[in-house]
Design a binder for this molecule. Structure first.
Ligand code: ADP
Ligand code: AMP
Length: 216
């Protein structure tokens, strides 16, 4: 199963990606996670990416496309993968298609988690993440069992630096201008499936699973 997850920041892509990747045993590839790991390790990619991420802008295509191609070339992606947060521009989508075509592959489903902008600010400012294992929580909608600690590994959970109100507004703007056109891109290829992301986490996951089963 080769799948991409589309949707505005805060739509629930990372949350669903984790569930889908466990259910269908496919690697979850998040470009945001790859950048954050590079930032924490202070690699040259991380230093360059940080400049854009802190401002809520997209990291340039030239930097982003290569890291995804390298990741998709790894052995664990041979039977499927789930891309979360990539592609975010038409240029990235075209590069992905080219890469897959060269390997006689194509995307099965582009899953758009649709959430209107009025939900997004609360979702994102309430998001807390575990810097050790990457688990994601929400102070109201998906709180950890023990306040401020990750359920999975016990580390202190934190707020992402780019989840402040000001940066979130910029990120929504960037999404509408640069990423939203991808819905039409995948619709025209008959690969788009839209799920209502205002439902609960479990309901969204059930809807996605039903769709995946019907595609088998
Ligand atoms: P994205 O990866 O699309 O930016 P996340 O998966 O990190 O989004 O979700 C953003 C925030 O919203 C997180 O705090 C998450 O716990 C919460 N969340 C995700 N899905 C839902 C949902 N269906 N209902 C309410 N809150 C949700
Ligand atoms: P995310 O974790 O998906 O919310 O991504 C966090 C940030 O990383 C984004 O706001 C961008 O600055 C950057 N980023 C992640 N994925 C991409 C991508 N495909 N193209 C460009 N920038 C990206």
């Amino acid at each position: 199963m080769k799948m991409i997850l589309l949707g505005p920041p805060g739509a629930g892509k990372g949350t669903q990606a984790k569930l889908i990747s466990e259910r269908y045993s496919i690697p979850h590839i998040s470009t945001g996670d790859i950048f954050r790991k590079n930032i924490s390790q202070k690699t040259s990619l991380g230093i360059k990416a940080k400049e854009y991420i802190d401002k809520g802008q997209l990291v340039p295509d030239e930097l982003t496309i290569d890291i995804v191609n390298d990741r998709l070339a790894e052995q664990d992606c041979k039977n499927g993968f789930l891309l979360d947060g990539f592609p975010r521009t038409v240029k990235q989508a075209e590069a992905l298609e080219d890469f897959l075509r060269k390997n006689n592959q194509k995307i099965d489903t582009a899953l758009l988690i649709n959430v209107p902008s009025e939900f997004i600010l609360e979702r994102m400012t309430g998001r807390r993440v575990c810097p050790s294992c990457g688990a994601s929580y929400h102070i109201k909608f998906n709180p950890p069992k023990s306040e401020e600690k990750c359920d999975a590994c016990g580390s202190d959970i934190v707020q992402r630096k780019d989840d402040t109100e000001e940066t979130v507004k910029d990120r929504i703007d960037v999404y509408e201008k640069q990423t939203q056109p991808l819905a039409d891109y995948y619709k025209s290829k008959d690969q788009l499936f839209v799920v209502d992301g205002t439902q609960s986490i479990d309901e969204v996951f059930e809807t996605i699973c039903r769709h995946m089963e019907s595609e088998k």
